[in-house]
Design a protein around this ligand. Structure first.
Ligand code: ATP
Length: 545
């Protein structure tokens, strides 16, 4: 498929508002694509380049993109920046700039989908001191072969934000429609593989291929998540349930095949090099090739430390040995997803637990099973006394559903109202903070779209604001006076006094007295609060407790 054709499809999709029309359009394209093109198309149309689990990251910031476009259109970088600010959208700006390009290169070749993907791979694989220059060279090459409309979608794709309103849900349904397979099988395979591109290839082979989906070591699986709830409702719904401590650490996944072990973070990044102590604790204790799920906590001077200690280590690339001396990381394993070639995620939790206990000699998180609420409440009280965040209550007959925040896992902890929201914009500070960002526009999500809920400007120390500025300044997409549009990659946890309904923000909600609590560097933007979640919190405010 030519990239020009892909761009026309994107333009058409951008103009559609109905979900069903959108799904039908995407589904109509898929059957005619080759096996090489299909996974690329599926990811590109969602604004993604690589599967979520892949270690490959494109890592093109707006600045590199502006430099490449400036070169291709023969303008100064500042002019490109001005044009993007004026348009409020990098895609439209690049389209206009390419349209006004006075001279087209005589050597221009047409771009095709797999060729663009190949260039993206080369960009992601470029390493070393000259990598920026090499990336710039490849991106320039892409834009010099792009027409105006291609430029619009190429620019957005390279920043991994296509803005055509196509989310995972739409593409999942389109895959089912395109190959006439059951949508729930597509959803199940997607949970396991964490890549709709590959799921589309399985769907083309038929329902049996989807049913037979396997997970594989060294290909991290999205973590199963929990909803908030109470012990009493879990006992009412399920009878006997499993209860474990809710550790205040960081989620991790441990993969082992033979002598090779890898550890992945909640965002599925490979953090193996930073955590030799975790590897040592687990590799000696495990029999067989496994994928384990757990929470790692930090211990310093014999005492558990808050989860930021773990994160600091997860991000460490150098002087790991020295860091281990100061803070020890202790894994607590509570699930097993794979053993010696067998995928276990569809087995009931009670069976997975038995296998886990047979497979791992130490580091297994303690668990209690009971149908007596008062016994379970006693364990909850003990957990809080011991300094844990609370307890996790789990349904014994439940499958492991990767990436799903369902009601089979319930977290019980003392009520503190905080929200995880995406940072989508900023404003310059005032007075002594005039040289850094001082207030931040936050958003929740609906079907992959980020919708504003208001600004947060309090709760920061000067050091925190300076550190946040450092992180965000490379993410600036456009600047209009004091208003700065940011590439949404950072998540803030914020406290608030109340959620209000508001016509001022497209989410329909606003926060009263928002206050910054911390950056959630372990979370990605697709994990922020949903509009339904906001609605639930809003409704609960009116319920007497
Ligand atoms: P929170 O902000 O409350 O930690 P979260 O949004 O980070 O929540 P949730 O899915 O809501 O994540 O809560 C579950 C998290 O609790 C898991 O992701 C995991 O990191 C942590 N956790 C601690 N102990 C356990 C346990 N025994 N079983 C499962 N998860 C646990």
């Amino acid at each position: 498929m030519d990239f020009a054709e892909f761009s026309r499809i994107c333009e058409h999709l951008e103009g559609l508002s109905g979900r069903l029309e959108m799904i039908a359009e995407i589904a109509s394209v898929m059957p005619s694509l080759s096996d090489d093109e299909l996974p690329v198309f599926v990811r590109f149309v969602m604004g993604r380049v690589f599967p979520d689990w892949s270690p490959l990251k494109l890592g093109i910031g707006p600045n590199l993109l502006y430099d490449a476009v400036a070169y291709v259109v023969g303008k100064k970088r500042e002019e490109v920046v001005r044009s993007v600010s004026g348009n409020g959208d990098v895609g439209r700006a690049v389209e206009m700039l390419l349209a006004s390009k006075s001279q087209t290169s005589f050597f221009s070749e047409s771009l095709d989908l797999t060729g663009v993907y190949g260039d993206c791979r080369r960009i992601a694989e470029t390493e070393g001191s000259k990598s920026q220059r090499e990336k710039l060279r490849i991106v320039r090459g892409l834009f010099s072969n792009a027409g105006p409309l291609e430029g619009r979608y190429l620019a957005r794709l390279l920043l991994e934000e296509l803005r055509i309103g196509v989310g995972e849900g739409n593409v999942r349904d389109a895959v089912a429609q395109a190959f006439s397979v059951d949508a729930s099988l597509v959803a199940h395979a997607h949970q396991a593989l964490n890549d709709l591109g590959e799921v589309a290839l399985l769907a083309r082979r038929g329902e049996d291929a989807l049913r037979d989906v396997r997970i594989e070591p060294f290909r991290p699986v999205k973590m199963m998540l929990a909803q908030q709830g109470t012990i009493a409702e879990m006992v009412t719904d399920h009878g006997a349930v499993a209860v474990e401590y809710k550790y205040d650490g960081t989620r991790f996944q441990f993969h082992r095949v033979g002598d090779e072990c890898r550890v992945y973070s909640r965002r599925l990044e490979d953090v193996t090099a930073a955590v030799p102590d975790v590897i040592e604790a687990l590799s000696g204790a495990v029999a067989g090739d496994v994928i384990l799920d757990g929470e790692v906590i930090a211990i310093k001077d014999g005492r558990p430390r808050p989860f930021q200690f773990v994160l600091r280590r997860f991000r460490r690339k150098h002087e790991v040995e020295e860091a281990i001396g100061r803070v020890e990381l202790v894994p607590n394993v509570f699930d097993i997803l794979y053993l010696d070639g067998e995928t276990l995620i569809d087995r009931p939790f009670s069976e997975r637990r038995r296998i886990l206990e047979e497979t791992l000699a130490s580091s297994v998180a303690p668990q209690w099973v009971s149908d007596d609420s008062s016994v379970l409440e006693g364990i909850y009280a003990d957990a809080l006394t011991a300094g844990h965040e609370g307890v996790m209550v789990k349904a014994l007959d439940s499958a492991y559903t990767p990436g799903v925040r369902g009601r089979n896992w319930i977290k019980v902890k003392p009520a503190v109202d905080t929200l995880d929201l995406a940072v989508i914009g900023a404003e310059w500070g005032e007075g002594r903070r005039a040289h850094i960002f001082g207030s931040f526009l936050l958003a929740c999500q609906r079907e992959g779209e980020l919708l504003p809920v208001g600004k947060v400007a309090t709760g920061f120390s000067d050091e925190q604001l300076a550190a946040i500025h450092e992180t965000l300044r490379d993410l600036v997409i456009a600047e209009k006076g004091k208003e700065i549009v940011l590439e949404p990659t950072i998540v803030f946890e914020v406290g608030y006094a109340e959620i209000q309904q508001s016509p001022n923000y497209s989410s329909g909600f606003a926060l009263r007295f928002p206050r910054f609590v911390r950056m959630r560097q372990d979370k990605s933007v697709d994990e922020v609060e949903t509009v339904e979640g906001m609605q639930g919190r809003y409704d609960r405010q009116f319920r007497s407790v």
